[in-house]
Structure formats: structure tokens, C-alpha cells
Design a protein around this ligand. Sequence first.
Ligand code: CA
Length: 247
Amino acid sequence: MSNPALREESKLVLVVEDEERMVNIIRLNLELERFRVVSTDKGFEAVRMVRELLPDCVILDVMLPDVDGFEALRMIREESNVPVIMLTARGEEDDVIRGLSLGADDYVKKPFNPRELVMRVKAVIRRAELPAMVEKAPIRIDDRLSIDFDRREVIVDGKVIKLRPTEWRLLYHLVQNAGWVMPHETLLSKVWGWEYRDETQYLRLYINYLRQKIEPDPSRPRYILTERGIGYRFVDFRNKQPESSHV
Ligand code: CA
């Protein structure tokens, strides 16, 4: 049998950054891990490349010469769910939250350890791949909410709302385990990867996004329930009983 490394086509990463030295460092480290790398120093060009080359992951710097990385991200998200990792020089919490809320999948603060960046590229690509068993038919939760994992959308009061890849994965694991408390570290490991098991702020943020999309009143959730200090529990919609307490 041939070398197993050759069996799978290597993944394509688009690096959007204007500092040539930085691009070279990223390219070198990714190529050592068998990624293919293309790059551009312009946001508009990045959007075109995403459309035409269909990369598996985008590394996007916040500081670009034409548009800023947030604007580029917004444009990319209008046409693609490709995993995006933001590079932020400032590492300010505001930049991080802004990037994540615009649909970035992760961020890395400059100066970064190249190994850490490569690890994160692998993690976001893994996350974007579908879990093997996806239910084809929409799942009806109640009269107002259905979830179509196959099409990556939720139907709320008859209105179709798209889910982003991370939201989709998080909701998938919650609904698959409906009625059970999913601990923070379990959800983080399943949705983001084992190395993220302590990053509870990611989880809180994405639970919040999901609640904004599906809950009638996100401050008083009816579907995604908080188990304080432990984790989250999707309401047990399969057994139509009132709130049960399993001790
Ligand atoms: Ca830059």
C-alpha cells in the first residue's frame, strides 16, 4: 500500500496578510505539516480567492492595506462558511469578540507560536467536517422550533435561520444528548477539540448566539438550559414530560 500520507489530498489554507515575513513563517510551518498554502495581502482579493479556490481554512490578519480584516471577514461570510482564524496584533478582548461575532472560528494573538497556529488550523478544519451520523430529516422540537441538521438551519416560527458551522456543531451535540447535562469540558472537547476544554468563554459566547437564534426570550431560555457551574442541557423534547429532575 502507498504512503498513507499521500492518500488524502492535502488541505488548502489561504493566508491573508501583508507582512511578507509573517506570510513566510506561516507558509513554511503549514507546508511542513503537508498543507498547501496560497496567500494575498489584500482583503478584496481574499474574498475572490475564497470564491474561486474554495480553501479549507483562511488565516486572516486584522491589519490589511485595503480593508480591515473585519470587513474582509464580513464579505467572506456572505458567501462562505470556510473556517476563519483571525490574527490580531492587539489581542484586545474587543477585537476577539468582534471577530467571533462576525463569524470567525478562532483567533490567534500576535506574536504567536507557529506550532500553536498550525494546531488551531487543524482544529478548525476538523470541526468544519461533518459528524458522521447526521439525521437527514428535520427534527421537530415543538410547534415553534425545528432543526434541520442536514441543511444546517433552524426553523423558528416558520422562519428559516442559517447556522454557522460552530453553532451547528454545538447544537448538534446538545440535541443528540437532549435531556442530559453536557458538562462544559465535554462540549468544548466535542465542538472545538480536546485542547480547548478549558476555554469556557467560547462556549458561553456560542450558547448565547444559539439562544439568540432559537429562543423566544434568550434571557429565559426554554430549549438550552443552564446547569450552573456544570454545563448545559437541551430540553428533553423526545419525552414530552414536564421538566424532569434526574439526580
Ligand atoms: Ca498585517
